[in-house]
Write a protein that binds this ligand. Structure first.
Ligand code: ADP
Length: 244
C-alpha cells in the first residue's frame, strides 16, 4: 500500500464524526450556543427541553404528562427521555455529527448514552459551559423566548427591537413557565444534585470533557471558542454539510 493509500485508510478513524454534548446549569447558554453551532456545522441540535416543550404545546398524551413536571423544575423520567433521544439519534441527519443539549442530565442517562457510544463510530465530547451562580440567576429571570421560533432574548443584554415581539417573525415573546423565580431555584438545585455528577461519570467512561468559562463572554465568542476546541480535538467541524 502506498503512503497515500495508507493515509486515506487511516482517515476515517482519525475523523470520526463528533457527538457534542452541551452541558451546564440552566441558563448557562446551551440553547443559544447550540443554535449557533448548528448554523456553523449543519449538525442537528437536539435539545431535550425543546423536544419536551413541543409535546406540551401539541398537547400529546406525553406532553400532558410532562407539563406539571417541567413547570415544577423537576426532571422528566429517565427511560422516557432516553428513549426519545435514542429514537432521534437513529435519524440519518445525525450520521455526520450532532449536538445534544440538555442530555444526559442524570447518571442513568449518562451511562445509557456511554453504552450507546461504545458500539458506534462517533467521537463524543462533553462541553461544559461554566457560568457563575449570580449570573445564571440574572440570565434566567430576564429571559424571554419566542413562542413561535424559539429564539432567546434577554431583557437587558439582548433585548428584542420591539419589546415582547420577536425580531425574526413578529410572534409574542413569553416567559417560560419554569423561568419564574421559585422554579428557577428548584431547577438549580436539581442541577446540583442530579446533573452535576454526570460530567464525572462520562469522564470515567473515557469520554472527553472540555470546560469553557463563559460567564463573561457573549454567545458568538462562546460558539467560536467551542468551534476552536472541536477543531483542535481533531474531528473537524468545517461545514461538511453546510446549511443554506
Ligand atoms: P434548562 O437547561 O435551562 O433547564 P431545558 O430546556 O434544557 O432548560 O430543560 C427544561 C426542562 O426540561 C428541565 O427543567 C426538565 O424538566 C426537562 N428536561 C430537559 N432535558 C431533560 C433530560 N435530559 N432529562 C429529564 N428532564 C429533562
Amino acid at each position: 500500500m502506498t503512503t497515500d493509500n495508507a493515509d486515506i485508510a487511516r482517515k476515517p478513524a482519525l475523523q470520526k464524526p463528533l457527538a457534542v454534548m452541551l452541558f451546564g446549569a440552566p441558563g448557562s447558554g446551551k440553547g443559544t450556543t447550540g443554535k449557533m453551532l448548528t448554523k456553523l456545522t449543519g449538525w442537528p441540535h437536539l435539545a431535550t427541553g425543546d423536544l419536551l416543550r413541543e409535546q406540551i404545546t401539541r398537547k400529546t398524551s406525553l406532553g400532558l404528562e410532562m407539563q406539571s413536571i417541567l413547570a415544577a423544575g423537576q426532571l422528566a423520567p429517565d427511560d422516557l427521555v432516553s428513549r426519545m433521544v435514542g429514537d432521534r439519534l437513529g435519524w440519518s441527519d445525525c450520521e455526520a455529527g450532532f449536538l445534544l443539549d440538555g442530555f444526559p442530565r442524570t447518571i442513568p442517562q449518562a451511562e445509557g448514552l456511554a453504552q450507546w457510544f461504545s458500539g458506534r463510530n462517533f467521537r463524543p465530547v462533553l462541553i461544559h459551559l461554566w457560568v457563575e451562580y449570580n449570573e445564571i440567576l440574572r440570565r434566567l429571570t430576564g429571559r424571554r423566548t419566542c413562542s413561535n421560533c424559539g429564539a432567546i432574548y434577554h431583557l437587558e443584554s439582548t433585548p428584542s427591537q420591539v419589546p415582547d415581539v420577536c425580531d425574526n417573525d413578529g410572534a409574542a415573546l413569553t416567559v417560560r413557565a419554569d423561568d419564574k423565580e421559585e422554579v428557577v431555584l428548584q431547577r438549580l438545585q436539581t442541577y446540583q444534585t442530579q446533573t452535576w455528577p454526570v460530567a464525572e461519570t462520562l469522564r470515567k467512561n473515557g469520554i472527553l470533557v472540555e470546560a469553557i468559562e463563559c460567564g463573561e463572554m457573549d454567545p458568538e465568542s462562546v460558539a467560536d471558542r467551542i468551534r476552536w476546541r472541536l477543531d483542535r480535538i481533531g474531528g473537524s467541524i468545517a461545514k461538511k454539510n453546510k446549511p443554506e
